[in-house]
Design a protein around this ligand. Structure first.
Ligand code: ADP
Ligand code: MG
Length: 480
């Protein structure tokens, strides 16, 4: 499909419209985006919430850069800063040597959720980007048709978004970004809302286009939390560390031939190295600038992701999005291997992508059930007891461990302080909204509900959206 589109494109020979007003095409290696000492904080309920600390990053013509990190590490924030959609708190961001003062004229963005206007056709949705840039109507229509061809949507011009599959909708998202022929195509987890096969297909086509030299952009910045995706697509992988704040933990030059072979030893080796850095097992030294940002000069954690137990808050220690079933399954699996096993091997045996295991591993660590040592996951004493316990015992052990997870503790203690032992979910949603996006808030509460229910700490009624202390516990349930 793509090759057809390319042929059409060449036949028409029209990459004509938008270059007139633009700077000359950047030569390979020219620095397009440049940040120096970029920091970003958001105003929160308890003061400034630092999200990015001291980012130095260059994006050059001819390269695909992946920004890789766990959820909350500031990837989207960094991308938005580069696109000029949010201002930096300090430091500079420039595009082709010009400091940014507003939206970056050299970038266009593809989002995870497709953000299409449902009342507009594919053609009209694609033209939107051009309208905003003041391109005359005839030129808009031509350019949109080209972009639609290029991305394999030929024939769908007059369709409405609701008639399209997720994959086709995301193609519209790509077309809408590509139509403005940005120097840098920015993508924020563009494949993560698609099913596995659709995502794989679209990734492949996109890279084929990129390689073909027909791609109308000079660089790609891809935000992802998926290690394999980063290694598959990028020339350079920039790993962001999540806590205390987003900083560049390490940069990897990929240097593998395209198209890339997932089974090649070099591919697997790089996955392992990146994985090690993602899970925080490589040493990280914090830049000096961050020391002053940290509230009250509290001591720095030994491991970037390990906030000391007494310093944990719902803001600095989000619940890993792992179900009790999942994390218990992993604990048992490790117990069967004498309480210790290599993570990458285990993922392989289970047929899981290493990424799928991260939240489970994080959850076991947060609960104090496991530790990471070298490349191995190691059950602690509590973890071994948990894995070997019967149902009732394991609930008791889990309840105690889960009280070390700030959100579970917050819900439990708030309920205990409330005379009738109930609280609306909205209360916790408001508390969390200071630190998380609404989607993240929903995910945090969903996980806290799963954990708290299993631990029999509290129950949740979806109808009045209310938490209440579990009757089995010391709830003064009959007093009100
Ligand atoms: P990622 O994309 O890596 O998941 P984000 O950049 O979305 O990370 O978020 C990083 C941190 O910044 C999170 O703790 C998030 O809650 C916070 N954050 C993001 N956007 C805002 C905002 N507009 N206001 C306040 N906090 C925000
Ligand atoms: Mg994000």
């Amino acid at each position: 499909m793509v090759l057809n589109a390319l042929r059409n494109l060449r036949a028409r020979h029209t990459s004509h419209l938008l270059h007139a007003a633009k700077a000359p095409r950047a030569a390979d290696g020219e620095v397009l985006l440049d940040t120096v000492g970029l920091t970003k904080s958001y105003a929160g309920a308890d003061g400034e919430l630092p999200v990015l600390g001291g980012i130095d990053l260059k994006v050059r013509a001819g390269e695909v850069v992946a920004l890789l990190g766990k959820s909350g590490s500031g990837k989207s924030t960094l991308l938005r800063c580069l696109a000029g959609l949010v201002p930096a708190s300090s430091g500079t961001i420039s595009y082709r040597d010009e400091p940014l003062t507003g939206a970056n004229p050299g970038t266009a963005m593809v989002f995870q959720t497709f953000a299409l206007l449902p009342w507009l056709t594919v053609q009209q949705n694609v033209e939107l980007g051009l309208e905003a840039r003041g391109v005359p109507a005839d030129d808009r229509a031509d350019a949109a048709r080209q972009a639609i061809d290029l991305i394999g949507l030929d024939g769908f011009e007059s369709a409405y978004p609701k008639e399209l599959s997720g994959g086709m909708r995301q193609r519209v998202g790509f077309a809408r970004a590509l139509v403005v022929e940005p120097d840098v195509l920015m993508m924020d987890e563009p494949f993560s809302a698609l099913d596995v096969l659709t995502a794989e297909n679209l990734r492949g086509e996109l890279m084929e286009l990129w390689e073909s030299g027909q791609f109308p952009t000079r660089a790609i910045v891809l935000v992802t939390h998926n290690i394999e995706e980063a290694v598959l697509m990028a020339d350079r992988i920039v790993v962001l560390g999540s806590r205390p704040y987003g900083t560049i933990r390490e940069t990897f030059e990929v240097g593998l031939e395209r198209p890339r072979d997932r089974n090649a030893p070099a591919f697997e080796d790089l996955i392992d190295r990146v994985y090690r850095v993602m899970t925080g097992r490589a040493k990280e030294t914090l830049p000096q600038a961050l020391h002053s940002v940290r509230a009250g000069g509290t001591s720095l954690p030994g491991r970037p992701d390990g906030v000391g137990l007494d310093k944990r808050t719902t803001a600095n220690t989000p619940l890993p999005l792992a179900s009790v079933d999942g994390l218990s399954g992993l604990a048992e699996m490790v117990a069967h291997r004498d309480g210790r096993c290599d993570l990458a091997d285990l993922a392989d045996d289970l047929g899981l992508a290493v990424d799928d295991m991260l939240p489970l591993v994080d959850a076991l660590e947060l609960l104090g059930f496991a530790k990471i040592s070298d490349d191995d996951l190691l059950l602690t004493e509590a973890g071994t007891a948990y894995a070997g316990a019967d149902v009732q015992q394991s609930k008791t052990i889990f309840a105690e461990a889960a009280m070390g997870a700030p959100l579970v503790r917050l819900i439990t203690t708030s309920l205990r302080q409330n005379p009738d032992g109930t609280l609306r979910a909205g209360f916790f949603r408001d508390v969390l909204a200071h630190h998380y996006t609404s989607e993240q808030v929903a995910q945090q509460l969903e996980t806290a509900t799963d954990w708290g229910r299993y631990a029999e700490l509290y129950a949740y009624d979806a109808d009045p959206q209310e938490y209440r202390l579990d009757n089995g516990l010391a709830a003064p349930a009959t007093q009100s």
